[in-house]
Design a protein around this ligand. Structure first.
Ligand SMILES: *Cc1c(COP(=O)(O)O)cnc(C)c1O
Length: 357
């Protein structure tokens, strides 16, 4: 069986070394030393001075919205994992979808200004597949209209732009450390807080809004446990190896595939890409179904990331047409990509795709 990804597992011995530490300390959670050690690593790696390790990649978006007191309209992308939208809706915000650009699948910056109203408070954009948004122009628009900027950088761990970690952009960047992601803590998420003013509030939110007997604000439970941090510390040690392998596999796909369109992100100016996903755009939705059927016969299961285009979800009150996102979402497949896939398997997958007419 080959799925879209296979979770990276670090050395079990290394993990057990941390588990032994936990057995010694009897501390399993509440901002323990392993969570703090992981945050230190993430700070050094991203060059962000305010990093919080949290419970998952959805609640960190909710916390960011809450800390910025955003309750009204938020301009966002229809082409992302549904969690980006869930966080907005859960916080009672009103999503305003802006279509994506076909050359990068991120929010189309040319269409943002016409979507701004007197109720617009923020832009929440996703570096989808780890492809950076046009962060320079988004920053200019945000400054002009006095909007907050949050990036969902869940796909983008390891991507840098103009030599800076992608987490350094936006007022706050969020990340998911879920087991399916390139860097993971089994379940987990991170806040990369670039505006210092939000740091203390977010610390409080993470842990019920109080420090011992002093109660400062409302809060929630968004803490990361020591066991999850232990996994993160182990995976982090292998990060260079993980990034290299994903690049290698992506280059195999580039070499063997003769069908569909794949963006050549490695040739983009100023972008150092993390090779987190291998999305392939086919000619039609029918080709997607045909290809999936042929692959399934060989126990190969790519995923329709990201389908459907979120503006089409049936429970939303307002419909914003986003023809490019709708068209890409219907035609895109993410091919299996992990540290464990072999060149022969990639060749077989490509062969099936190339031949499925
Ligand atoms: C995975 C993912 C999330 C959700 O993260 P969880 O840790 O599973 O809550 C949010 N946004 C994007 C873009 C993702 O890929």
């Amino acid at each position: 069986m080959l799925f879209v990804t296979k979770t990276y597992l670090p050395s079990k011995e290394k993990f057990l070394k941390y588990v032994n530490e936990i057995w010694q300390s009897h501390i399993l959670t509440n901002n323990g030393s392993l969570v703090q050690a992981l945050e230190e690593k993430l700070k050094q790696y991203s060059n962000c001075s305010n990093v919080l390790a949290c419970a998952n990649g959805t609640i960190v978006i909710q916390m960011a919205l809450k800390a910025m007191n955003i309750t009204k309209e938020v301009i966002t992308t229809p082409f992302t994992y549904v969690a980006t939208l869930d966080a907005l809706l859960w916080e009672g915000c009103v999503p305003v979808f802006v279509d994506i650009n076909p050359d990068g699948f991120t929010i189309d910056v040319d269409k943002i200004e016409s979507a701004i109203t007197e109720n617009t408070e923020a832009i929440l954009a996703t570096h989808v597949y780890g492809y950076p948004c046009d962060v320079d122009r988004i920053e200019k628009i945000a400054a002009k209209y006095n909007l907050k900027v949050i990036y969902d950088a869940s796909n983008a761990f390891g991507t840098s732009y103009k030599g800076k970690s992608i987490f350094q952009f936006g007022d706050i960047s969020t990340c998911s450390f879920h087991a399916t992601k390139l860097f993971h803590t089994a379940e987990g998420g991170g806040l990369f807080i670039n505006k210092n003013e939000y740091y203390e509030q977010l610390c409080l939110y993470r842990s019920f809004g109080h420090i011992y007997d002093e109660y400062f604000s409302m809060g929630i439970n968004a803490k990361m446990s020591e066991l999850h941090a232990a996994m993160g510390l182990c995976v982090f040690e292998d990060l260079e190896k993980i990034l290299e392998k994903r690049k290698e596999v992506s280059l195999w796909y580039d070499h063997f595939l003769q069908r569909g369109v794949h963006l050549e992100v490695s040739k983009w100016d100023s972008v150092d890409y993390n090779f987190a996903y291998y999305p392939l755009v086919l000619e039609s939705q029918q080709k997607v179904f045909d290809t999936m059927k042929k692959l399934a016969e060989k126990n190969i299961f790519p995923r329709r990331y990201f389908y459907p285009s979120l503006n089409k979800l049936p429970f939303l009150r307002t419909f914003y047409p986003c023809p490019i996102s709708e068209s890409i979402a219907e035609r895109i497949l993410c091919l299996p990509l992990s540290n464990y896939i072999t060149q022969l398997e990639v060749e077989q997958i490509c062969d099936i795709i190339n031949r499925s007419k």
